[in-house]
Design a protein around this ligand. Structure first.
Ligand code: WQD
Length: 342
């Protein structure tokens, strides 16, 4: 029997896809989520894919008593994957205290309880945002951490420091920090996917909602950047590829006793794509046109960033496999499932 894993934020976008892959790998999963940015129906999608329904606790990880009760009532949890966090860059500028309280208190509570309940390790959901605007691309884990450009990005930087400091103080736990580039797409079954509340801030959900006729037109935020076609470049990584990396990291952390207590990995494809190239990929893959126009730059946007995933490829033995056109097909299938084309 594989170990029992606690997934905070497990009904969220990346969390739910990771729960599927954990269950496929034979782990028992307990989810805690306050459903502030996800729906409980996600559990049905997970069960439809894997045939197993994870244990679900509705609760807020910023309340240490809620977490303590969960760990008491679900003994034997060996690892944690912490997704529970607020993650909208723009919103974090408007509501910084919400971000610092939610993202940092959640992590401190989890770390505080781990030794008491024999939890061996925590996989932390970080972001390439910690690098700011890179001086060179592709970017590896040795790249300098620049001053955060948003409270959201700052919570990721501070969280990494909290983990490092706590372990350096002698805490008997391990951690693997995963710095994601741009997660996109949906599970090929179309049973789970991205469910942004309100107007999507991120490119792909806005793109698929435009293709579905929910949004009138996609605005490309600037085409006067110093890139081949003028639009920003990102490293778009399929969400299932990303989820699989978490399972590999968890296995490495729990099963290997000779690894460093803290390890950091960039998770990306190693390929940069521009906004316009992603639109082309979607149209090629689905045959559906995306009405779009060029608009002004969005404040705070980084011009170009993509990963050097060599360390994750060689040390974790993980490679991003899903071609971007396939990811676009899956994103479209999910959009059609949740909102049939008008
Ligand atoms: C991608 C590109 C936009 C919308 C952020 C966070 C990151 C992670 C992912 C949480 C940019 C352009 C977008 C639109 C557009 N968040 N765009 N029109 O900003 O790279 O990353 O979300 O984990 O930490 O920083 O992602 O999808 O918002 O933007 O032209 O309607 O698409 O300008 O170049 P971003 P994004």
């Amino acid at each position: 029997m594989k170990d029992k894993i606690l997934v905070t934020g497990g009904t969220g976008y990346i969390g739910s896809h990771t729960v599927v892959e954990l269950q496929n790998a034979g782990y028992d999963v307990v989810i805690i989520d306050n459903l502030s940015n996800s729906n409980i129906e996600v559990l049905d999608g997970i069960e439809a894919i894997t045939g197993k329904r994870p244990v679900f606790v509705q609760g807020d990880c910023t309340d240490i008593n809620t977490l303590r009760k969960l760990l008491e009532e679900n003994p034997g949890i060996k690892g944690i994957i912490n997704f529970a966090a607020s993650k909208a860059v723009g919103e974090s500028v408007q509501k910084p205290l919400l971000y610092y309280r939610n993202n940092l208190n959640t992590l401190v509570n989890l770390l505080d309880l781990m030794p008491e309940f024999g939890v061996k390790g925590i996989v932390f959901s970080s972001s390439c945002t910690v690098y700011g605007e890179p001086d060179v691309n592709p970017i590896d884990e040795t790249a300098p951490i620049k001053p955060a450009t948003s409270p959201y990005g700052n919570t990721k930087q501070i969280s990494e420091e909290i983990i490092e400091d706590y372990i350096a103080s002698g805490a008997p736990i391990k951690s693997i920090i995963l710095r994601y580039f741009n997660p996109i797409g949906a599970h090929p079954s179309a049973c789970i996917g991205e469910l942004p509340l309100g107007v999507p801030q991120n490119l792909v959900p806005y793109l698929t909602q435009t293709a579905a006729g929910i949004r009138k037109e996609l605005t490309v935020f600037g085409n006067d950047y110093n890139t081949p076609d003028g639009s920003c470049i990102r490293d778009y990584i399929d969400v299932v590829d990303l989820a699989k990396a978490h399972v590999i990291a968890m296995k490495r952390m729990l099963d290997n006793n000779d690894t460093d207590q803290v390890e950091i990995f960039n998770l990306g494809t190693g390929r940069g794509l521009s906004v316009l190239e992603l639109i082309e990929s979607f149209e090629r893959a689905t045959g559906v046109k995306v009405p779009h126009k060029i608009g002004p730059r969005r404040a705070g946007d980084i011009e170009k960033i993509w990963a050097a995933p060599k360390k994750a490829n060689e040390v974790l033995g993980w490679v991003a496999n899903v071609p971007v056109d396939e990811t676009m097909k899956n994103a479209w299938a999910w959009q059609c499932k949740v909102s049939p084309k008008k």
